[in-house]
Design a protein around this ligand. Structure first.
Ligand code: PEP
Length: 257
């Protein structure tokens, strides 16, 4: 049985210019002082323009975290105005990238094929993808949350081998719980996270299933994180709004109130 290191990731979304990002990074450095990085992995996903700021703090030993981007181009390089390649991210020391976030799917029309191409682009660049999946309220009301989320997992991981799947992070983020204050109950989170792991077990085997980290995301706060983390198939959290406050995010990283 593999023991999985919990992973707590903060998605800053389109918030904080570089000066504000620098202020958060400094506060976060203080708030995370002494963090036992063998017991939990903390990650931030700032806007791309803030990555260099985070890199500087991490390289100076001021911030015990990993970092990554919120999106990646499916292309390697070339005439793709506005896009950022995997190689550009790794050159900044990034190790993670979110792929298929519901806001990318909803506002930028990212299809299953695009999401899958981005997961592959992440691996090609040596980045760990955080593949986001999750149902909207209509599917939840129809009791189709597992079926819907697994279809997105299957689409996102299409063509990957078991070793790559083992290294992927999958974030179950019910769309109705993102930024709404409406958190899924720990049992709701466990139901879908467990189903995702079972899907990995069936398709890619025990080693991948025991290694793959499955996160919950959607209105996670320091007041609800501990209970979520008690569920056996919840290996961490993807945190939006609450990751913008250093003390709050630091509490979430330690899963304490
Ligand atoms: C997210 O955007 O991934 C997210 C979970 O946001 P929030 O924590 O604000 O619901």
């Amino acid at each position: 049985m593999t023991t999985r290191t919990p992973l707590m990731a903060g998605n800053w979304k389109m918030n904080l210019d570089w000066k504000q990002g620098l202020a958060l990074v400094e506060d976060l450095g203080d708030a995370l002082k002494g963090l036992d990085t063998s017991a939990v992995e903390a990650v931030v996903l700032p806007p791309a323009v803030d990555l260099r700021t985070v890199q500087t703090a991490v390289d100076a030993g001021k911030l015990p975290i990993a970092y990554g981007a919120q999106d990646i181009s499916e292309h390697e390089s070339g005439a793709y105005t506005g896009e950022i390649s995997g190689a550009m991210l790794t050159a900044l020391g990034a190790t993670y990238v979110a792929v298929g976030h519901s806001e990318r799917r909803q506002y930028h029309g990212e299809t299953e094929q695009v999401t899958n191409a981005k997961v592959k682009a992440a691996f090609a660049a040596g980045l760990t993808p955080i593949l986001c999946v999750g149902e909207a309220l209509d599917e939840r009301k129809a009791g189709k949350q597992v079926e819907f989320s697994l279809a997105q997992v299957e689409g996102g991981l299409e063509g990957l081998d078991a070793e790559q799947v083992a290294r992927t992070v999958i974030a179950y983020e019910p769309v109705w719980a993102i930024g709404t204050g409406e958190v899924a109950t720990p049992d709701d989170a466990q139901e879908v996270c467990a189903a995702i792991r079972e899907w990995v077990r069936t398709v890619h085997g025990d080693t991948a299933a025991d290694a793959v980290r499955v996160l919950y995301g959607g209105s996670v706060k320091s007041s609800n994180v501990a209970e979520l983390m008690q569920r056996p198939d919840v290996d961490g959290a993807l945190v939006g709004g609450a990751s913008l406050k250093a003390d709050e995010f630091a509490k979430i990283v330690r899963f304490q109130d």
